[in-house]
Design a protein around this ligand. Structure first.
Ligand code: DP6
Length: 361
């Protein structure tokens, strides 16, 4: 598979009426982390994620007739308001995928989008936003050319396109667990797009993720900047090897229902991500004191009670608490009485393993 497999060569005949498509697409949380990239949004290492159910972006894309062809013309609305900063990132992205959708300069576009979760709440909004937009673009493409891709081909194409907007977004196109980045442990995996993990023990279908919000401020170092600090990182080579190994072991644990290996790898990956940040040339730290306190408590409580709970972190200070449905009640008590006891606003977002994107019109 190469980029040319996804390139479009035809232009559309002028449309006379607006064409509208709407998609809802979820965020995802990485269990093996993508950190560092090369070339055109290619990952340095394989990553494995869990698709979320409740944290999603809903995106409506309308293509209007346009008199003169030219560069991308986009009107961008976020949560009911026109937003210049996000709009610029989206316009740059659309410019960059002009070779896949040559009709982008032939129509005027209106993009309206909103999230079901607060912006900067420790949930990767770029993952849901770019996967929803990629799905809308693929749907418009299919409508313009009357192409009927089968469901799998359609999702793979959308995953390819989403990756070009934000790496982690390519993993949001599928239900359950997803791998992005070629890994010998998973035939069919690719650096160009994500693929769903087919063989998952039913135990893991009840996985939950409660996000314990430590701080909602914008991060001092963006993910994009963080990725770039992996170039020339003293531990880069070892990191890639370790991610390959962790992906293979986590795939096996998902298959066999091995919760202890799952917990060990997931926490190892969260620590590694933040260790890589701290040990890059221009080291930085995104965890707060409260992040460390909560992590310490989770590990202690697991030891004391034997509950199957563990944590992961995104590129930020908020803690994702992972647990299984059968232990809901006990875990909820621990969240309220212990983990969030310093958090007067009791800021949490309860999510779980999700079933992937949905077309809304
Ligand atoms: C720490 O996908 O947000 O969440 O490709 O530059 O848009 P860009 O980065 P992004 O990076 C996510 C990094 C991470 C780990 C992960 O999701 O795998």
């Amino acid at each position: 598979m190469t980029h040319s497999d996804f390139s479009g060569t035809r232009l559309i005949s002028a449309i006379s009426d607006p064409v509208v498509v709407t998609w809802q697409s979820p965020s995802n949380i990485a269990l093996v982390k993508y950190w560092g990239k090369t070339g055109r949004q290619l990952p340095l290492n394989p990553s494995l994620s869990m698709t979320l159910a409740k944290a999603f972006t809903e995106t409506r894309l309308t293509a209007f007739p346009r008199r003169k062809e030219g560069s991308v013309e986009l009107e961008f609305w976020f949560e009911g308001l026109q937003n210049r900063a996000f709009g610029e990132r989206m316009t740059n992205f659309l410019d960059s995928v002009n070779d896949i959708f040559p009709w982008l300069g032939q129509v005027a576009l209106k993009l309206e989008t909103h999230n079901t979760f607060p912006h900067s709440a420790g949930i990767a909004s770029s993952a849901s936003a770019f996967s929803a937009l990629a799905l809308c673009l693929c749907s418009l493409d299919a409508e313009f050319f009357g192409i009927m891709l089968d469901e799998n081909e359609f999702r793979f194409k959308a995953s390819y396109v989403a990756r070009l907007g934000s790496g982690s977004a390519c993993r949001s196109l599928f239900p359950g667990f997803t791998v992005w980045g070629s890994s010998r442990a998973f035939p069919g995996s690719s650096d160009l797009l994500a693929v769903p993990v087919p063989d998952v023990h039913p135990l893991f279908n009840t996985l939950r993720d409660t996000i314990l919000l430590v701080n909602k401020d914008a991060k001092p170092v963006s993910s994009s900047e963080g990725h770039s600090r992996m170039t020339g990182h003293p531990f880069a080579e070892a990191r890639v090897k370790q991610a390959v190994k962790n992906t293979a072991q986590l795939l096996e644990a998902l298959k066999t229902g091995d919760k202890q290996t799952f917990i060990r790898i997931v926490e190892n990956e969260a620590f590694i991500l933040h260790a890589l940040m701290m040990t890059s040339d221009e080291g930085f730290m995104l965890m707060h004191a409260e992040t460390l306190r909560i992590i310490g408590r989770i590990q202690h409580i697991r030891k004391e009670t034997g509950l199957d709970i563990c944590f992961t972190l995104d590129a930020g200070p908020n803690v994702h608490l992972l647990y299984f449905e059968g232990q809901n009640e006990q875990v909820n008590k621990i969240i309220v009485e212990d983990l969030l006891k310093n958090n007067e606003q009791n800021m949490r977002i309860d999510d779980m393993l999700g079933s992937g994107p949905m077309k809304l019109d």
